[in-house]
Design a protein around this ligand. Structure first.
Ligand code: AMP
Length: 460
């Protein structure tokens, strides 16, 4: 499995978290099922955006990329993203990139524009557009990182190798900092185009022109993934390049595309100042990986309440003292065996949901059904130690895939917890005046309650 990694010119944002948490869950679930998964991710550490940013800050582009690559790795670690087998920075694959361009040139698919670089001739790949349903002509209105040159054969043709400008070459040989990194090669001094890095990396690391799963977010379907198909299928003559394309839905912020200029840009590290990684993972996984997420405070509050509830449930299960294992009345014995059956049913539904295109939100809903069903009997001692342990094992298995159950939580003071519990009981019994009164009491003691579908979120 290969997933498009970040372009490292800035701190990673919550859109990145959305995509990489989803693929982390996918890789972990595949491994849970017994598949051997080589999960490869590139790092785009040479790109126009990096060069522009470095120029504006008067920094060395490769140094700037390295700095943000390190920050990215820290962010991933802090989010519990541990499934990636190998991270592959593009600049470590220049030899393979040059080799692919040379082979495309030998096949007359790559053509030269003097002083500019080598371009891919889209007319030489009639299948272009098969992933996105767009055509070579549609490529003309593509806005996303299409390389501009007035001398291209077709408007959508993209750069495979960009020649260095003479001043950059001079700089890279001399004392001044090069504004554009440049590599000497048989193609001429230059740097890779955007699309070619991924096919060069996967061909080398998978030792094959074909593989199983390619991921990224929806924004990359066109032209990036279309271009990858064009490059690799025309090089190898083998179809399909990948068996399965998996695209995550885009994350927006309060209904808008995230953008620095709009001032609505949240980095992963800023979010993690106020939120636990478990809550961030829950927030992402409670939406299907293919659906969009519109991020807002309410969504984060729900996630925070949910992970606190999960943690509480674990603590309650651990407290099951075995009282229920002693023989009791016939009626209670029957109820106890019902709980074993409930458990099996929920367990089955959770994994059936994941088997159906990694439907994490349905799996989560089933998990919370289980919690709702077990909480009351757990309190009244009707859950046997054996069943409690089975549920704990299930939670451990699920957490190995989802990673959203916190190891620790900051407990509320007993007095507050008691009031919150009383309020919940009152609400369940539809005694709303009493519940409101309790909320006021809780508030005067300095705690605020937000009700969410996963239960109340109580904050100091
Ligand atoms: P980039 O750093 O823009 O090259 O993106 C790296 C990866 O994150 C790619 O797979 C993108 O599709 C994905 N990505 C970027 N922005 C978002 C977003 N707002 N929501 C979801 N995924 C995103």
């Amino acid at each position: 499995m290969f997933v498009c990694g970040p372009t490292v010119y800035d701190y990673s944002h919550i859109g990145h978290a959305r995509t990489y948490i989803a693929f982390d869950m996918i890789a972990k679930y595949l491994r849970y099922l017994g598949y051997e998964v080589f999960y490869l991710q590139n790092i785009t550490d040479i790109d126009d955006k990096i060069i522009d940013r470095a120029k504006s800050e008067n920094k060395d582009p490769l140094g700037l990329a390295k700095e943000f690559q390190e920050k990215y790795m820290e962010d991933m670690e802090n989010l519990g993203i541990t499934s990636v087998t190998k991270y592959a920075p593009a600049t470590e694959y220049i030899k393979q990139i040059v080799d692919q361009v040379k082979r495309l040139k030998e096949k007359n698919i790559a053509y030269l524009i003097p002083d500019e670089g080598y371009y891919f001739d889209l007319k030489r790949f009639p299948d272009y557009g098969k992933l996105s349903g767009r055509t070579v002509e549609d490529a003309e209105d593509a806005v996303s990182r299409i390389d501009e040159s007035t001398l291209k054969r077709n408007k959508g043709d993209f750069a495979l190798w960009k020649f260095s400008r003479p001043e950059d070459e001079a700089r890279s040989e001399g004392t001044a900092k090069p504004s554009e990194p440049s590599w000497q090669s048989e193609l001429g001094a230059g740097r890779p185009g955007w699309h070619i890095e991924d096919t060069a990396i996967t061909e080398k690391e998978f030792d094959s022109p074909q593989y199983e799963i390619h991921g990224g977010s929806r924004d990359l379907i066109f032209p990036h993934h279309e271009a990858e198909i064009a490059q690799m299928e025309s090089l190898s003559g083998k179809k399909p390049f990948v068996k399965l394309w998996m695209h995550t839905g885009f994350l927006t912020l309060n209904g808008q595309k995230m953008s620095k200029s709009l001032g609505n840009f949240i980095t992963i590290r800023d979010l993690l100042k106020d939120q636990s990684p478990e809550a961030v993972r829950f927030m992402v996984l409670s939406t299907h990986y293919r659906s969009p997420i519109d991020f807002n405070d309410n969504l984060m509050n729900q996630a925070e309440a949910a992970v606190m509830r999960l943690r509480e449930f674990v603590l309650n299960l651990e407290k099951a003292d075995g009282k229920a294992d002693l023989p009791t009345s016939q009626a209670d014995e029957e109820k106890k065996s019902d709980y074993t059956n409930f458990f099996e049913t929920h367990r089955k539904s959770i994994f059936e949901a994941l088997d159906d295109d990694f439907n994490a939100p349905i799996a989560i809903a089933e998990l919370f059904n289980l919690i709702r069903e077990f909480n009351a009997p757990l309190h009244s001692g009707l859950i046997s130690k054996t069943v409690a342990n089975q549920v704990l094992d299930l939670l451990k298995e699920i957490n190995g895939i989802f990673g959203f159950i916190p190891e620790k939580s900051i407990p509320l003071p007993d007095e507050i917890q008691n009031l919150v519990d009383l309020r919940e009981t009152a609400r369940n019994e539809k005694k709303f005046a009493e519940a409101d009164e309790l909320r006021k009491q809780i508030l005067t003691k300095g705690y605020k309650i937000d009700d969410t579908p996963y239960g109340p979120l109580v904050r100091k």
